[in-house]
Structures are given as structure tokens and as C-alpha cells.
Design a protein around this ligand. Structure first.
Ligand code: FNR
Length: 383
């Protein structure tokens, strides 16, 4: 592999190294994948204003998300099955985030558990993403476990009571661990690094769930449990219930609409994430960067507004910040780094994004990320 200079380089390497079922799981959206593509494409339409003869010494991308100091306004998004892109993937990504000085968010449906990540990062605080399952006693225990390992924020995902159909996952028969069919075995045989990693870890399935949810102690019972656990009745009352149980920072993820953003403010949450789940849920929804501005306008003075979806470069981060996001999250950019080169790959992804952010900010005539606003965008892009 030649020198890696972009997230696209990491994606191509991950495609070579990760078994097809898991690579496809990451690199896909729902139905026609229109929203998935729009998330990236709409960033490209926003044009920047170049300024010259500005003193560009002493630049800083440091800022705060949820009151926490961050090296740049980027956090790692929660992604399910991350430990299937690379052995012990969640631990490795959390370590890379810790070293870089940005937050890591662990998914409910991760391979490594809350306790695994806490142990693997020497107790460094991380954020935990919660899905509300039908089994509310299990949800209560998850919240208690997140408190016990010192999680500093709870990210409550509101856009997955039901699941957007992802054709590739259905066709590939996605499962963790993968079923040992002839096709899967042949595919895995071509991914020796991945196989060696998996042979070296005992973490092969959903460790936040197995052994913690009642009646789930093996793979057969796990498959049955997860199929019926996502709760279609989830409502704002559940958000109020969780707000009561979790006194730390609370973030509501999956807001797309101004009306919902207003309702989110009324819950007493600390932040909301403008997100369409990386184009994996409602295909036909607007890109996140398009949805961002009206929400910032409506509630940006009442609640911290974050966004995710389609960020593949530091330029995208800068554009989101210019349009009012106080923080962004990366899902696939992290997963591609992880699949390509494990912890070093996630570190590489963060370095790439940081460098692009820093230089683009400078070209636009700014030396401090906290002074960036719509003024760096050409008027047509200011919405
Ligand atoms: C996700 N996402 C997600 N979100 C969440 O709240 N819980 C989860 O378990 C998952 N799982 C998941 C798996 C994979 C493979 C992807 C790609 C995404 C959504 C994620 O947090 C985030 O919203 C998107 O990934 C952002 O879009 P980009 O950065 O991937 O374009």
C-alpha cells in the first residue's frame, strides 16, 4: 500500500482486509442508499471563502463538547459490531481517541463490553450510547453499569425503534460471530490478518448483552432476544424516565426535524445530535448537513447542537462548525481506519481529519476554531 493520505485510502485498505459481510455492514445505507450518498455529496456543494495575508501562526482546533475539552470538535460515533471490523475494535478505537484527546462513544450493540473498554483504557471516561430495549430492567442495569465504569455522557439514540432495511446485510446473512458457511469461510480465508486477530481474542459477540440480559447466555438465545428487543413503543416519556435515572450529561441522537428538536429541548437534555444514522434508517431523509441549519436556528441558543453523517474529511468538520454545530461525530471514517490498520488506523484517521481541519481553517483566514462562523462560507452556502 502506498502512503495513506486520506480517509478514502483507509476505506480501500479496509475493503481488502475485512471480511465482506462486515465491510458491507459498515459501507452501506438503507434501501436505495440515497440519503447515505447525500450525506457525503451535500458537503461537497458547500463552498469556502479563501482569505489571504492573515497571520496564521499559533493555530488551535481545541474546543469543548458537553463542557469537556477536546483536541478538535470531533467525537467517535457509536457503531455496532465494531469488534468485527477488527479484533477488540472498540478497545482499540477508544485508546486511539484517548491518545488524541477526543471522546469515544461505545454502542449498546458493541462486541467489547462497557467493562472491557473501561479496562482496556485504564478507566479513562468514555461516552455510552443507549438503545431502549423492551426489557426495561436490562436498560436500567446498562445505565448502572455505565455509571459504574465512569461514563461521562449517555447518548440516547431515538431513531432506531424499527430498523431501516439494509439489503446487503440481508443478502450476506450478517451475524456476530459469522456463520461458518462455505462462502464465509472462503471469504475469511482471504483475510489472514483479520482471522489472526480474531483467533487471539475471546470477544466475538455482543458482550454488553450476553450474560447480562435475562435468558441470554448463548448465541441462539441472543439472536432470538435481539430480534424482539428493539422497542417500537419508545416515546418522549421514556426520554423523561432516562433523564431521571441518569444525572450526568445526556445527549439525544437522531434528530432531523425542527419540531423534534424543540421537543428535545424540553427534556432537559444537554445536547442533541442532528443525525440520520449515517443514512441507515429513513432513506429519503435529507442529508445531515442540510438538516443542521434550521435546527441550529430554532434551538441553537437553548441546547448544544451536534451533527454526524458523511464526515470524511476535516473540511466537512469545518463546514459543520461554520453552520453552527458545536461538535461532530465520525462513524465510517473511524471504522475504515480500524478495519485497515487497527488502533494505528484509527489514529491515522484522526490525524488526517485534524490536519485537513487545521489547514482549511487557516486558508479561510482563522487561527482558532472557536471563531469560525458562517462568514467562512460563500453566501450561497450559508442557507
Ligand atoms: C452506526 N450507527 C449507530 N448509531 C447508534 O446510535 N448506535 C449504533 O449501534 C450504531 N451502529 C452503527 C453501525 C455502523 C456500521 C454505522 C456505519 C453506523 C450510526 C452512527 O452512530 C452515526 O450516526 C453514523 O455513522 C454517522 O455517519 P458516518 O460518519 O458513518 O457517515
Amino acid at each position: 500500500m502506498s502512503v495513506i493520505t486520506s480517509i478514502e485510502d483507509l476505506r480501500l485498505l479496509a475493503k481488502k482486509r475485512v471480511p465482506r459481510m462486515f465491510y458491507d455492514y459498515a459501507d452501506a445505507g438503507s434501501w436505495t442508499e440515497g440519503t447515505y450518498r447525500a450525506n457525503e455529496a451535500d458537503f461537497q456543494k458547500i463552498l469556502l471563502r479563501q482569505r489571504v495575508a492573515v497571520n496564521l501562526a499559533d493555530r488551535s482546533t481545541r474546543t469543548r463538547m458537553l463542557g469537556q475539552d477536546v483536541a478538535m470538535p470531533v467525537a467517535i460515533a457509536p457503531t455496532g459490531l465494531t469488534g468485527m471490523q477488527h479484533a477488540d475494535g472498540e478497545i482499540l478505537a477508544a485508546r486511539a481517541a484517548k491518545a488524541f484527546g477526543i471522546p469515544f462513544t461505545l454502542s449498546t450493540v458493541s462486541i467489547c463490553s462497557l467493562e472491557d473498554v473501561a479496562e482496556g483504557t485504564d478507566g479513562h471516561p468514555f461516552w455510552f450510547q443507549l438503545y431502549v430495549m423492551r426489557d426495561r430492567a436490562f436498560v436500567e442495569r446498562l445505565i448502572d453499569r455505565a455509571k459504574a465504569v465512569n461514563c461521562s455522557a449517555l447518548v440516547l439514540t431515538l431513531d432506531l425503534q424499527i430498523s431501516g432495511q439494509r439489503h446487503k446485510d440481508l443478502k450476506n446473512g450478517l451475524s456476530a460471530p459469522p456463520k461458518l458457511t462455505l462462502l464465509n469461510l472462503l471469504n475469511m480465508a482471504g483475510k489472514p490478518r483479520w482471522c489472526m486477530g480474531m483467533l487471539g481474542t475471546r470477544r466475538h459477540t455482543f458482550r454488553n448483552i450476553v450474560g447480562h440480559a435475562q435468558g441470554v447466555d448463548n448465541l441462539a438465545s441472543l439472536a432470538e432476544w435481539t430480534a424482539r428487543q428493539f422497542d417500537p413503543t419508545l416515546s418522549w416519556d421514556d426520554v423523561a424516565w432516562i433523564r431521571k435515572r441518569w444525572s450526568g450529561k445526556l445527549v439525544l441522537k437522531g434528530i432531523q426535524d425542527v419540531e423534534d428538536a424543540r421537543l428535545a429541548c424540553a427534556t432537559g437534555a444537554d445536547a442533541l445530535i442532528v443525525s440520520n444514522h449515517g443514512g441507515r434508517q429513513l432513506d429519503g431523509a435529507p442529508s445531515s448537513i442540510t438538516a443542521l441549519s434550521p435546527i441550529v436556528e430554532a434551538v441553537g441558543d437553548k441546547i448544544e447542537v451536534h451533527m454526524d453523517g458523511g464526515i470524511r474529511s476535516g473540511q466537512d468538520v469545518l463546514k459543520a462548525v461554520a453552520l453552527g454545530a458545536k461538535g461532530t461525530y465520525i462513524g465510517r471514517s473511524m471504522l475504515y481506519g480500524l478495519g485497515a490498520m487497527g488502533e494505528a488506523g484509527v489514529a491515522k484517521a484522526l490525524e488526517i481529519i485534524h490536519k485537513e481541519l487545521d489547514l482549511t481553517m487557516a486558508f479561510c483566514g482563522h487561527t482558532d476554531i472557536n471563531s469560525v462562523d458562517r462568514g467562512i462560507l460563500l453566501p450561497t452556502a450559508r442557507h
